[in-house]
Design a binder for this molecule. Structure first.
Ligand code: ZN
Ligand code: ZN
Length: 306
């Protein structure tokens, strides 16, 4: 899920290509892993296949973020289209939770009647091929993410790498189950994977819903905003009622700026422009609205004194 910096067209096309390839890789891996499940009847391999849904949907969210979210504001959407990616992510969180429920259902059935895997060697090899493809793509994402300084892409790569480790754990568990005849390991591994999927889906849904509810910027960002206002508000008296919200890469900031009542509109506007430029320099992508007030509007509580 990527609030990617889409400042220029070549960068945007590059990120779009990566996101599209991520979708294709995730679908391919899911298909191969599902085949391994059909060959063996292992619910752990079923859960491993369904886990790829997380990667399909996060890649789709990244593509939506780049294609829809990065479109400039227009007459109908004057604040931009950034929230498209959160809307997608909430639906995805729900889909991921459904996938986890499906795995729990299958794991429960297998727990009641555990049985040996069919064709374990061939099935585990097929699953291993898919895991190797995932590992290769994760490596590409991490490397390009570093080279293009995109933390979002690096994060996606690291997430995929953690899937690879889960898959290796599942494979080792199934080898153990086959060698020892402990058939119960299969549904237990599946349940463990389902718990992990549930956790990811829940976090994705909660984070995205907070963003849709106009959650304030992080305390760290808010502190930087107050500092930038304080350092650049010379000539004004104070700033208060500072409100922030975030959408994709964009930070929306609004506040009241108290100036001496006799100050000219021209002079007050100069201060506003100076603060706006400083905030843009500090946070890279901002949308600032400042309401100018005369001195008797000053507040005691929660104000930045200038
Ligand atoms: Zn005020
Ligand atoms: Zn202006």
């Amino acid at each position: 899920m990527a609030p990617m910096n889409t400042a220029n067209a070549p960068t945007r096309r590059r990120h779009q290509l990566v996101a599209a390839t991520s979708i294709a890789v995730a679908l391919l891996v899911m298909g191969i892993k599902y085949l391994a499940y059909l060959m063996t009847g292992s619910v752990a391999l079923f859960s491993d296949a369904l886990e790829s849904i997380v990667n399909v949907v996060t890649a789709i969210a990244a593509l939506i973020a780049i294609r829809v979210g990065a479109q400039p504001p227009d007459r109908g959407h004057p604040f931009g289209h950034y929230k498209a990616e959160y809307f997608a992510a909430v639906l995805e969180g729900a889909l991921i939770i459904v996938a986890a429920a499906l795995i729990f259902h299958e794991a429960y059935r297998a727990l009641l009647a555990p049985r040996m895997l069919n064709a374990p060697v061939a099935g585990l090899l097929v699953n291993g091929v898919a895991t190797a493809i995932n590992a290769a793509w994760a490596w590409v994402l991490i490397r390009n993410g570093r080279a293009w300084s995109s933390p979002a892409m690096q994060g996606d790569g690291q997430h995929l790498m953690s899937d690879v480790i889960t898959s290796i754990g599942v494979l080792l568990g199934l080898v153990l189950a086959t060698v020892t005849g402990w058939t119960i390991l299969d549904p237990l591994l599946a349940a463990a994977v389902a718990f992990n999927i549930l956790r990811i889906g829940y976090n994705l849904a909660i984070e995205s819903m907070s963003a849709l509810m106009d959650q304030a910027a992080s305390p760290e960002i808010q502190a930087r905003i107050r500092e930038a206002i304080r350092a650049n508000g010379t000539g004004a008296l104070q700033a208060h009622d500072i409100r922030t919200r975030t959408a994709g890469p964009q930070t929306f900031i609004e506040f009241h700026l108290v100036v001496p009542g006799e100050m000219t509109v021209e002079a007050a506007h100069d201060i506003c422009d100076r603060i706006e430029d400083a905030l843009e320099a500090e946070l890279a992508s901002t949308d600032v609205l400042i309401h100018v007030e005369p001195d008797h509007k000053a507040k005691r509580k929660d104000a930045v004194e200038l």
